[in-house]
Structures are given as structure tokens and as C-alpha cells.
Design a protein around this ligand. Structure first.
Ligand code: NAD
Ligand code: ZN
Length: 236
């Protein structure tokens, strides 16, 4: 326990924390994700209708990871993970790998990962090859063309919900970084944490849809504000 009085922290991150690394956020000013309507690339129905389009979309997102680096906000959260003596869980909605490349370990990907795939034939989750479009074989059952991105699409159940709910109930500080507050269940985490008595802080470029629910909000770039917040917490 530090001078701040906090013991147990949950940090929720969204696409905004990766924006300064050059990973476009979900809803740009045009309401599209990299030029696509969300219904066309991020639902099970879209995959059923046009698997080639969806595979090509995620192959491109996966390839783009090689051209980006973690930014100051990812590095600050990795520093928090290394130094914080109490409990910490970083819950990311992001499917990129920038938190772990910055060195964060106490984290979960609630919406899956671009670098993972799962087999529709046998259910095995596995490292994704560079491209899924050419129908690679499953590492477990050998079936060809049955691997899909291990991404939680709209209408599917997010991962690690039991662990996340337990951490929300136990935390005394909840911080949401770079998320629009539009995608449930993540958008409801602030109410849950607050209900159980946590102090709640939003760090976002602009007020999110749920900004009024937070005790405190800081608006600006994550790359500026997250290192300041972590520094104050660790030195407090
Ligand atoms: P979102 O795109 O809906 O919202 C991003 C938020 O970040 C916005 O409120 C925006 O104002 C804010 N923001 C933009 N630049 C910022 C900056 N420099 N500093 C601080 N805040 C900034 O993103 P979301 O809420 O995460 O929506 C969710 C879905 O999008 C998730 O399901 C996620 O899987 C998917 N997604 C992931 C990635 C990624 O992995 N990097 C990218 C795009 C979309
Ligand atoms: Zn298989």
C-alpha cells in the first residue's frame, strides 16, 4: 500500500491507447474501421457470408503489427505492472500485442488476439500463422482451411469474464484508458467497480459515452497522461 491508499487496481484499455502507435481506432470520423463497416468484418454473420473478406481484413491487421511499436502509455502500464506491489489486472479490449511487447504481464485480452487463431474443426486455440487466407492446417487436427481469427466478434462472449468480474469486485481503483465506452460488457465495468466501492478514473482524448459515471476524468493523449498518472501513483 502506497501513500495513495490504493491496494488493488484494474486498468481497462481500448483502441485509444494504441492510436499514438499508429493503430487506427475502431470508429474513425467516418464511422468505419479501416474503411469497413463493423457489421462486415466483426460479426460471425460476416464471416459466414464472406469468409475471404474477413480473413483478408484480419490478415492485414496482423501484418500491420510488424510496423508499429508500443508507445509511452503502454510502457507506463508495463512499468506499473513491474513496480506495483498490490494486485493489478490490465484488461485490454485491444487485439494488438502492444501491451505485452512493452512488457506487461498481469494482463488479459478480453476480445482475443490477432496473433492467435482457433480451429472450427477441433476447437484448438493456437498461434496464428502470418496469413489465414490461404487455408493453413490446424496444428492439432491437421484440418485445412478451418482456422479463424481468435477474435471476439460482436454477439460472441468475451474471454476471461470470471477473472475480470472478480478483479472488479475486489479493486479499489478502476482506470479506463482510451476507450469510447460504447462496447459492452466492457463499457459497464466502471459501474461494476464503482458499485463495489472503487474510485474510478477515465483517461481519454475526449469525454467517453460513460464519462459521467466516473469519479474523475482526465482528457488528453494517453501517451502524455498515462505516464503522469503512473508516476504519481508509484511515487505517491
Ligand atoms: P473506440 O475506437 O471505440 O474508441 C477509442 C477511444 O479512444 C475514443 O473515445 C477516442 O476518443 C479515444 N482516443 C483516441 N486517440 C486517443 C489517444 N491518443 N489517447 C487517449 N484516447 C484516445 O475503441 P474501443 O472503445 O476500444 O472499442 C472497441 C473495439 O475495437 C474493441 O472491441 C477492440 O477489440 C476493437 N479494436 C481494437 C484495436 C486494437 O487492437 N488496437 C483497434 C481498433 C479496434
Ligand atoms: Zn483443428
Amino acid at each position: 500500500m502506497r501513500g495513495t491508499g490504493f491496494q488493488s487496481i484494474v486498468v481497462l484499455t481500448g483502441a485509444g491507447i494504441s492510436a499514438e502507435s499508429g493503430v487506427p481506432t475502431f470508429r474513425g470520423p467516418d464511422g468505419l474501421w479501416e474503411g469497413h463497416r463493423i457489421e462486415d468484418v466483426a460479426t460471425p454473420q460476416a464471416f459466414h457470408r464472406d469468409p475471404a473478406l474477413v480473413q483478408a481484413f484480419y490478415d492485414a491487421r496482423r501484418a500491420a503489427l510488424a510496423r508499429v511499436e508500443p508507445n509511452a502509455a503502454h510502457r507506463a502500464l508495463a512499468w506499473l505492472d513491474a513496480e506495483w506491489p498490490g494486485d493489478l489486472l490490465i484488461v485490454t479490449q485491444n487485439v494488438d500485442d502492444l501491451h505485452e511487447r512493452a512488457g506487461a504481464a498481469r494482463m488479459v485480452h478480453m476480445h482475443g488476439e490477432l496473433k492467435r487463431a482457433f480451429c472450427l474443426a477441433c476447437g484448438e486455440r493456437q498461434a496464428a500463422p502470418d496469413t489465414l487466407s490461404d487455408g493453413p492446417a490446424c496444428a492439432r487436427c491437421g484440418a485445412h482451411g478451418r482456422l479463424r481469427p481468435d477474435i471476439v466478434w460482436f454477439g460472441e462472449m468475451p474471454y476471461h469474464m470470471d477473472r475480470i468480474e472478480a478483479a472488479l469486485a475486489a479493486c479499489d481503483l478502476f482506470v479506463s484508458i482510451g476507450t469510447s465506452g460504447a462496447v459492452y460488457p466492457a463499457a459497464g465495468f466502471v459501474q461494476g467497480a464503482r458499485h463495489y466501492g472503487a474510485h474510478t478514473l477515465e483517461i481519454n482524448l475526449e469525454p467517453s459515452e460513460g464519462t459521467h459515471v466516473f469519479h474523475e476524468a482526465r482528457h488528453g493523449r494517453a501517451g502524455d497522461l498515462v505516464p503522469l498518472w503512473v508516476g504519481a501513483l508509484l511515487e505517491g
